[in-house]
Structures are given as structure tokens and as C-alpha cells.
Design a protein around this ligand. Structure first.
Ligand code: COA
Length: 332
């Protein structure tokens, strides 16, 4: 299956049309998401990069939803190759402009995107809504979904917490030095194999994130596209090195035009866990953000990910609405 659907096939259902999206639609999609949650502006270039770097092995269909020829939102579904996903989990999702969120239109969007996912082989459907979105929560319930997991999202006030962060960072630096672990940004690491090492370590960690849908290994060629994202720079991506090994990473994503600065990924190698490496890395990312003039940063983790939730709390993050994962098992 192609990653972007055949641009010639527009689906029609009731009063709505579903036109396969192209990369040029990413900016509109980012605008719709922004209109849905104005406190979380979305950056067009970041969305385009995200869409452009789909894993070609996955099925990934996106549509622009039109009412009488006017774009009112987008809808999508995706899933891993079935030979790597024994239980057939597929993700569905959509964003509709707030003024267009009528029950009739949402029913059609659900019908179409579930149909597409089903005909692509999905048997267990999953979708997400922010936990303050009661309307969408009711809709998931009406469609037969139940709550599966809940993430916790957080914000750190870099102005109010500056003193505390500086103290914690100084403690962590001393601890890492004493342990022989070097913390620096990727651009300062001379190892020609560093990207492969970061990939392997990230894969190990990714399979340890609490999740319902099992992690599918990502090819190196897909993983490295991350480093081209407009939101990251090698001199802002922090890694931990112990002798020949890269044993941790933490990265903040900085949207170039609009949006909040979020943690993109924090991971450590199993063999160093519990030694303060993630704490040291995450502290460096927020220290750097402070120096760059960022006022607050955000982070989100699964509600069962005890070590990282503990770290967020210890660093002074406070809670903001997280995300609920809904799931509908249609295998029965
Ligand atoms: C989450 C993760 C990055 C933590 O890495 P780490 O190097 O072990 O982290 P640290 O040693 O710096 O800190 C872990 C903290 O959690 C605490 N902790 C560990 N297990 C805990 C538990 N079950 N409940 C509460 N706290 C726990 C530790 O005591 C430590 O706290 P302290 O610094 O106050 O002593 C690592 O487990 C990992 O890579 N997991 C898989 C990837 C992942 O989930 N990333 C998170 C983003 S999605």
C-alpha cells in the first residue's frame, strides 16, 4: 500500500467528500488541529515533515474532508504491516473544524474512516481524544469504544522553576561526572557510528514504553529522518555516553513558527536505568530551553510509566490535560 493514497480517488458519503490528502494539505491539517485546540498551536512545516516521513512499510491513509467542496477537516488511519502485528491493531483519527462538529457529520467521518481501516485489515480500532474533550469521549462511547489507557501531560514553568532546575542540574552533572558518564549534544560526539547507536538504544527503550499496541521495530532509514525534522537540531539533542556506548537521549522539539516546546523523546539503555541518566539528560534539555528564552515546556507520558512520571514531578512539572486512548475490539 502507498503511504499517501491515490490522489485520483475521492470517496463520497452523504453530504461529505473524502479527498486523499497530499503533502500540500499538511498545512491545512495543522490549522484544523490548531482551531480544535487553540492552546496547542500546530506548526505546518512540522506536520509536513511528519507526513513525508511515514514508514513506507506501513499503511497510512489520509483524507481531506469536504462539505460542498469546502475543506472542513481531515481523517486518517494507519497500521503496521500485518506480518509484524499479529493482533490487527489499527489507529484511526480525525480533526474537524469546531464549527463543523455536528453529530451527523461526525457519524459520517467515523463510518468512512472505520470502513477504510476495516477494508485494510484492521480488527482492533484505536483512537485518541484529549481528556478535556467530553464531546469526542461521548462519540467514542457511542461507537462502541472503551477507554484503554490515559496519558499524563505536564508543563514546566521555566521562569518560576529556574532556581530549582539549576540546582538539580548541578547535582546531576556532578553525579554523572562521578559515574564516568558524559552528557553532551549529538553535534559534539565524534563517533562515526553514533546514529546507529542512538537507533539501537532507542529501539530497546521504545519496546519498554507501557503500551497496548506492541512496538514494531523501526528501520534505521526511517528513524534517521527524525534528524531532518524542522523541530530538532543536533546541537539541541542531548545524549549520554559511557565509554563506547550511547546510553541515553533526551530531546525537546522546537516548532519553528508556532506551538509549544514539547519533549520529543527520552530514553536510556536498560543497563544504565535507575542511575540518574534520564534525569541528567532531561535537565540539560530544559536548561538549554531556558537559555534560549523559552518560558515553558511540555511533556507527555503514558499513565503507567512510573519512572518518567516520577522524574517529571521531581523536576517541578505540573499537570495539564493528557490524552485518552479509546479502543474497540471487533475481532469477536
Ligand atoms: C523512563 C526512562 C527514560 C527512565 O530512565 P532512567 O535512566 O532509569 O531514569 P533515572 O535513573 O534518571 O530516573 C528514574 C527515576 O524514577 C524512579 N523510579 C524508577 N522506577 C520507579 C517506579 N516504579 N515508581 C516510581 N519511581 C520509579 C527512580 O527512583 C528515579 O528517581 P530518582 O532520580 O528520584 O531516584 C527509561 O526507563 C526508559 O528508557 N524507558 C523506556 C522509554 C520511555 O518510556 N521513555 C519515556 C518517554 S515515552
Amino acid at each position: 500500500m502507498p503511504t499517501i493514497t491515490d490522489p485520483s480517488v475521492t470517496l463520497r458519503r452523504g453530504s461529505l467528500a473524502f479527498r486523499p490528502a497530499t503533502l500540500d494539505d499538511a498545512a491545512f491539517a495543522a490549522d484544523v488541529a490548531t482551531a480544535s485546540r487553540p492552546d496547542e498551536p500546530e506548526d505546518a512545516a512540522s506536520w509536513r515533515h511528519w507526513w513525508a516521513t511515514d514508514d513506507p512499510a506501513w499503511t497510512n491513509e489520509r483524507f481531506i474532508v469536504l462539505r460542498d467542496g469546502t475543506p472542513i477537516g481531515f481523517a486518517r488511519h494507519k497500521h503496521a504491516p500485518w506480518d509484524q502485528m499479529k493482533k490487527r491493531y489499527g489507529r484511526i483519527g480525525f480533526e474537524i473544524l469546531p464549527a463543523e462538529r455536528t453529530d451527523a457529520q461526525l457519524r459520517t467521518v467515523f463510518d468512512v474512516i472505520e470502513d477504510r481501516a476495516r477494508s485494510s485489515g484492521t480488527r482492533i480500532f484505536t483512537g485518541y481524544a484529549r481528556e478535556d474533550d467530553d464531546w469526542l469521549a461521548r462519540w467514542f462511547a457511542e461507537r462502541g469504544y472503551r477507554e484503554e489507557r490515559r496519558s499524563k501531560a505536564w508543563e514546566l514553568d521555566l521562569v518560576a522553576q529556574r532556581g530549582r532546575i539549576e540546582t538539580l542540574a548541578a547535582e546531576s552533572r556532578q553525579k554523572m561526572r562521578a559515574a564516568g558518564i558524559t552528557i553532551h549534544t549529538i553535534d559534539r560526539d565524534g563517533d562515526p557510528d553514533k546514529f546507529h547507536k542512538i537507533h539501537e538504544m532507542s529501539e530497546e527503550a521504545a519496546s519498554d514504553v507501557p503500551t497496548t499496541i506492541p512496538h514494531v521495530r523501526e528501520a534505521f532509514e526511517v528513524f534517521v529522518r527524525w534528524f531532518d525534522a524542522p523541530t530538532v537540531r543536533l546541537d539541541r539533542m542531548w545524549i549520554a555516553r559511557e565509554a563506547d556506548d550511547i546510553v541515553g537521549i533526551s530531546v525537546l522539539s522546537y516548532p519553528p513558527t508556532r506551538g509549544n516546546v514539547w519533549t520529543d523523546w527520552t530514553a536510556t539503555a536498560r543497563k544504565v536505568r535507575g542511575r540518574g541518566v534520564a534525569r541528567a539528560l532531561k535537565l540539560e534539555t530544559v536548561m538549554q530551553a531556558t537559555l534560549l528564552g523559552v518560558k515553558n515546556v511540555r511533556t507527555e507520558n503514558d499513565g503507567e510509566n512510573a519512572p518518567i512520571l516520577h522524574l517529571n514531578e521531581a523536576m517541578g512539572y505540573t499537570r495539564i490535560p493528557g490524552w485518552v486512548q479509546y479502543l474497540k475490539d471487533a475481532t469477536g
